[in-house]
Design a protein around this ligand. Structure first.
Ligand SMILES: Cc1cc2nc3c(=O)[nH]c(=O)nc-3n(C[C@H](O)[C@H](O)[C@H](O)COP(=O)(O)O)c2cc1C
Length: 58
């Protein structure tokens, strides 16, 4: 569908819950996940190889 997203953790939970009218007795917002169509092509990802950052310990 050519939709993009990215996680956002830097926000004020109480303010977001107020705007979205979420009941604080029942729920807590822990992450925002915007989705949409990109305005321009994304830059190439700069990621280390999986095996360079993950080590499995037996
Ligand atoms: C758990 C998590 C929380 C994040 N929170 C923020 C945020 O609050 N603000 C922000 O600018 N980017 C945040 N990011 C980074 C963006 O989601 C995104 O990865 C970044 O803008 C780089 O984009 P790219 O991965 O497409 O290169 C967060 C990433 C992760 C994994």
């Amino acid at each position: 569908m050519d939709i993009d997203s990215c996680p956002i953790g830097g926000f004020i939970p109480e303010r977001v819950m107020e705007i979205l009218n979420i009941e604080s007795e029942k729920y807590m917002v822990s992450m925002l996940l915007p989705i949409g169509y990109k305005a321009q092509e994304a830059h190439p990802k700069l990621r280390l190889a999986f095996n360079d950052v993950v080590e499995f310990i037996d």
